[in-house]
Design a protein around this ligand. Structure first.
Ligand code: NAP
Length: 294
């Protein structure tokens, strides 16, 4: 295989993206040649610069904040999964030059879930903290996996109401009957009835790494065998994750989702399969990069 892949990420700003490190390692691990570069594009220049990148031979792009939604109307086609999640984080180019949008955050989340969590979701009530962009990818994944009940705890329930309508569309697409609720984060009742908590807010993210969205005493009410998933990967272990570990709960940080969404994008661009035995080293490299402040 001699293709030279011209890959990259668009966002604004892009200072601390781990994606270049991740994808350069994936190129090496699969024996492919190419480059992966950051392209900082201000929102008002997105339309022209996106076209220019593809005219200059880009073969695939990742898309990050603030372009994940605004890029959608600029594409020739958006994959149904990305339509359901309401955002595009990966663009591929078809053989006839069409720009196709995908969402691999939701694939990354699914791939990062241990099998025993997945198998219990149809009997589980899951609490999701926050209802922003990543929460929609989580919602799509949880509904697809047949989760019994999904509750969003948010600071402004009024603002989060559109997610209920959005959930109905996803349920129809998957012919699923998950029950969906929105409640106020500040009046969160006991966590007793939940088997899993997923944090999609930035509370606890660097540089505010001392913050946490739930107090340890609240987590104590989760039944044994429950899981706590924090999408944050900087720091690698948030206070929330540390508290869950102390309580003996299953604790999953955001690094695996980050890695798996990247692998899913890479496989879409190159059609290569990333060898599983490269994952431990990849994880170690990215974890080391995350121990330094952004
Ligand atoms: P987003 O679209 O801005 O959504 C953030 C959500 O958190 C919103 O519902 C927001 O509520 C809520 N929120 C923010 N600050 C809060 C606070 N102080 N108290 C209560 N709620 C608060 O952001 P996002 O793109 O979903 O990203 C969220 C986090 O997930 C970030 O830390 C990001 O790094 C991480 N992430 C990780 C991965 C991964 O691969 N591991 C992928 C995507 C995202 P309002 O609407 O009221 O502001």
């Amino acid at each position: 295989m001699t293709s030279d892949y011209k890959l990259g990420i668009i966002g604004y700003p892009l200072g601390h993206s781990l994606s270049p490190q991740l994808h350069l390692r994936l190129l090496k691990a699969t024996g492919l040649s190419g480059e992966y570069r950051p392209y900082e594009i201000a929102p008002e220049r997105l339309t022209t610069e996106l076209d220019q990148l593809f005219q200059n031979g880009i073969s695939g792009l990742n898309v990050t904040i603030p372009h994940k939604i605004s890029v959608m109307p600029l594409l020739d086609e958006v994959h149904p999964h990305a339509v359901l999640t309401g955002a595009v984080n990966t663009i591929t180019l078809t053989s006839d030059g069409k720009k196709l949008g995908h969402n691999t955050d939701y694939i990354g989340f699914i791939r990062s879930l241990p099998d025993d969590i997945v198998s219990r979701l149809p009997e589980s009530s899951i609490l999701v903290l926050g209802a922003g962009g990543s929460a929609r990818a989580i919602l799509t994944a949880l509904i697809q996996l047949g989760t019994a009940s999904i509750t969003f705890a948010v600071r402004d329930p009024e603002k989060a109401l559109p997610i209920l309508a959005h959930a109905e569309t996803i349920k129809q697409a998957y012919q699923a009957d998950s029950s969906i609720h929105v409640i106020a984060l500040e009046s969160l009742p006991s966590l007793e009835g939940y088997q899993g908590v997923i944090n999609t807010t930035p509370i606890g993210m660097w540089p505010n790494a001392g913050d946490t969205p739930l107090a340890a005493i609240q987590l104590e009410a989760l039944p044994p065998g429950s899981f706590v998933y924090d999408l944050i990967y900087r720091p690698l272990e948030t206070v929330l994750i540390q508290q869950a570990q102390t309580l003996g709960l299953m604790a999953i940080g955001g690094l695996d989702m980050l890695i798996y969404q990247g692998i899913a994008a890479f496989e879409l661009w190159t059609r290569a399969t990333v060898p599983l035995d490269t994952l431990p080293e990849l994880r170690q490299t990215l974890a080391a990069a995350l121990t330094h402040p952004a």
